[in-house]
Design a protein around this ligand. Sequence first.
Ligand code: FES
Length: 122
Amino acid sequence: MADWIAIARIEECPPGASIERVAGNRMVALANVEGTLHALDGLCPHQGGPLGTGRLCGTILTCPWHGWQFDVTTGRHQISPTIRQPIHEVRVRDGLVEVRILPDGGPATDAAAATAGGRENP
Ligand code: FES
């Protein structure tokens, strides 16, 4: 099982924001949807754009390079159902946001999310 890697303090990614971080040798896009954190692979599958620096609107993160859009809760591309950005497990410990990078991109469910409101997920 992969290790948890701290990538940010909670306050670095407030509700409505997305940020770019490095976890091991992977880029991670961290998004805060109304207090729930979601982490997905940070390299856009189109041409490698920095997804974490894109604009978050609701659950939709838009790549800043050419506008591909992904649902951060599932990793699914908004137009092509065959494209799914890998998502990663995320949790909060002692004010730090941690992710666990799974080889297959993790589960495509909300189970991979963590609340950022001070309560810590198991
Ligand atoms: S690199 Fe992301 S849309 Fe082109």
